[in-house]
Design a protein around this ligand. Structure first.
Ligand code: HEM
Length: 350
């Protein structure tokens, strides 16, 4: 998976550079809309493989749009309700499956391998069944990965920036860090360079603590088990029951996080580490356990690359009011536009 991350990383940097090269020297943009577009570009280019990105990207992007719009709150209860949005979704799913199946067949026939996520799925095997994945399963996995990382990452990039622009007291540390990165590595960015951006990492982690895009995580209980509360009360959860937890709630528990509604990236700084001190599952924006987020590292890499680039190349100012949460969306996002005035600059290490 490391090679996939490195390859995806190089591609992500390229896409980000190209995307922002289209911005003028100064202007005003809806940052939310811009970052949505950018994340679709990076995610689809990094994850789907070169055949799709060279020849079918536009088609796939439009089909994904139909899949996306077919996932409504009502779809959770009635996934097969015959409504136009579901019909379009099902047609798109069939077309994508055909397209991916052809790509997979052609790649297998060519005997070539590529360092991308598609290849990782094609090469993977079920330990329990002793067989490889089918074309249909690879398609499902690719769609799942793209969906899992699309809105979650674009919403998180917008919150990360909005909080940094609002809470200017945390900006100097992040900017100084970028200057230090330039001093040490010039314009070169890779996975290890990103790992040195610890202030930016904390800024993103804190935005994500306050605004986890997935607010209800469900598990079906396979055997009876007991849960004891902090107050010492024990509940038995019977086998077969569905249990839910909400990161939006647990990320703001006052006995885990001091002043939980306050934006303070330093709560994760060495010596503080409120989440670590409070113990396992104190920070649940990426879920946890066996089915915790598979894309956490990729998400940090992607969002930090975007913000490292923005901070090094632009002065930014929030011109619309601080964004509000859109609780109506399946993946909880941001209401309305997030207008930002920008001016090109080149940060230097002096
Ligand atoms: C900031 C960005 C992201 C957030 C906040 C996030 C959050 C989550 C959460 C909370 C879960 C657990 C869901 C549950 O327990 O039911 C999850 C699962 C998952 N995520 Fe992410 N995710 C993000 C980005 C990504 C990316 C970029 C990818 C792929 C490249 C990805 C792939 C997955 C997959 C495949 C699962 C399912 C894991 C399983 O069921 O075993 N995620 N994510």
């Amino acid at each position: 998976m490391h090679i996939v991350q490195q390859c995806g990383f190089k591609m992500a940097v390229l896409v980000i550079q190209m995307f922002f090269s289209k911005w003028e020297d100064e202007g005003e943009v809806d940052l939310k809309e811009q970052l949505e577009q950018l994340i679709v570009n990076t995610a689809s280019r990094c994850l789907l493989g070169q055949e799709i990105r060279n020849s079918h990207l536009e088609k796939v992007t439009s089909l994904f749009h139909d899949l996306d719009n077919g996932m409504l709150p009502i779809s959770v209860m009635f996934p097969y309700l015959p409504i136009p949005a579901h019909n379009r979704r099902d047609r798109a799913r069939k077309e994508i499956a055909e397209l991916f199946a052809n790509v997979i067949k052609a790649r297998k026939a060519s005997g070539k391998t590529e360092p991308d996520m598609l290849q990782a799925f094609m090469d993977s095997k079920y330990r329990s069944l002793g067989r490889g994945t089918t074309e249909e399963e690879c398609t499902g996995l690719l769609i799942a990965a793209l969906f899992a990382g699309q809105h979650t990452s674009s919403i998180t990039s917008t919150w990360t920036g909005a909080y940094l622009m609002k809470h200017k007291e945390f900006m100097p540390a992040v900017i100084e860090e970028q200057k230090e990165i330039i001093r040490r590595h010039g314009s070169h960015v890779d996975y290890d360079v990103l790992s040195e951006m610890t202030s930016l990492h904390r800024a993103m982690k804190e935005a994500l603590r306050l605004h986890p895009p997935l607010i209800l995580l469900l598990r079906q209980n396979h055997s009876d088990f007991n849960v004891t509360t902090r107050e010492g009360k024990t509940f038995t959860i019977p086998k077969g029951h569905i249990v839910g937890t909400s990161p939006a709630f647990s990320n703001r528990l006052p006995y885990v996080y001091k002043d939980p509604d306050t934006y303070n990236p330093d709560r994760f700084a060495p010596g503080n580490e409120e989440d670590v001190k409070a113990g396992q599952f104190s920070y649940t924006s990426f879920g946890g356990g066996r089915h915790g987020c598979l894309g956490e590292t990729f998400a940090y890499m992607q969002v930090k690359t975007v913000w490292s680039y923005l901070l090094q190349h632009f002065e930014l100012e929030l011109t619309s009011p601080f964004p509000e949460v859109d609780w109506n969306a399946m993946v909880v996002g941001i209401k309305g536009k997030v207008m930002v005035r920008y001016k090109r600059r080149q940060l230097t290490c002096e």
